[in-house]
Design a protein around this ligand. Structure first.
Ligand code: GRF
Length: 194
C-alpha cells in the first residue's frame, strides 16, 4: 500500500465510465482538510460519461481513453499515472476490466466500489439478482482490486435491510446513496495513520 510521506495528500486518480456520482463524492471528500487523498486525475473510457462534468467543474485534469485496443489504452493510462505522480487509483463505475499486468504494476493501490455485499453478487446487475433471489439484506463494498473480478480484500461494507416495497430501482438508489459515504470512509480507514 501507498506509504505516506510527511502529510502530503495522496495523489489519486478516479476512473469512471458514466454518471460519476461516486467521483463527485470523492472530489467533495478530497477537498476536506482531513482527507488523506487529493483527486487530481480523472480517466474515462467513455467520452460521453456524464461524470466528466465534475472534473470540469473542479478543474481536475481528465482524459478520455480510447479502448478499441486494450493494450494501448492501458499503456496510455500508465503514462498518465506516471506523469501525474498518481499513487492511488479509485475505480468508480469504471466498466473495463484492468489486465493482470496493469493491476500487478500498481499492486495494492487500486480500490473499487461494488454495489453488493461481496463476496455475494459479483459482476453486473446486482440489484436485479438480489431482488429476484429475495435476499433479506444487501449493501455495498469497497475492496482492493486483484486480478479476479470483485474479489480483492474487503476494506469496508455497509449493509441494509431490503424492504418489501423495494424494487430494483429503489434498492439501487438507496445503495448508491450509501456508496457515497462508504467510499470516503473506506479510504480514511485504509489510511488511518494519516
Ligand atoms: C455504482 O453503483 C458502483 O458501485 C458501481 O457502478 C456504479 C457507479 O455509479 N461499480 P456512479 O457512476 O459512481 O454514479
Amino acid at each position: 500500500m501507498v506509504k505516506l510521506i510527511g502529510k502530503k495528500k495522496i495523489k489519486t486518480a478516479v476512473f469512471i465510465s458514466g454518471r460519476g456520482s461516486n467521483l463527485k463524492s470523492l472530489i467533495k471528500f478530497s477537498k476536506k482538510s482531513k482527507s488523506p487523498i487529493l483527486v487530481n486525475l480523472v480517466v474515462s473510457d467513455n467520452k460521453k460519461a456524464k461524470g466528466l462534468r465534475y472534473a470540469k467543474q473542479n478543474s481536475i485534469n481528465f482524459f478520455i481513453i480510447n479502448y478499441s485496443n486494450k493494450n494501448s489504452a492501458e499503456k496510455k493510462i500508465k503514462n498518465l499515472i506516471k506523469i501525474n505522480h498518481i499513487n492511488l487509483i479509485c475505480l468508480a463505475g469504471f466498466m473495463r476490466i484492468l489486465s493482470k499486468k496493469f493491476i500487478k504494476s500498481f499492486k495494492g493501490n487500486i480500490l473499487n466500489i461494488h454495489p453488493s455485499l461481496l463476496p455475494k453478487y459479483k459482476g453486473l446487475n446486482t440489484h436485479k439478482r438480489v431482488i429476484e433471489n429475495k435476499e433479506k439484506y444487501s449493501g455495498c463494498t469497497v475492496h482492493l482490486v486483484n486480478s479476479k473480478i470483485d474479489s480483492g480484500k474487503i476494506i469496508l461494507q455497509k449493509k441494509i435491510k431490503i424492504l418489501i416495497k423495494d424494487n430494483e430501482k429503489k434498492l439501487s438508489n438507496k445503495i448508491l446513496n450509501l456508496e457515497h459515504g462508504l467510499y470516503p470512509r473506506a479510504i480514511k480507514k485504509l489510511f488511518s495513520n494519516y
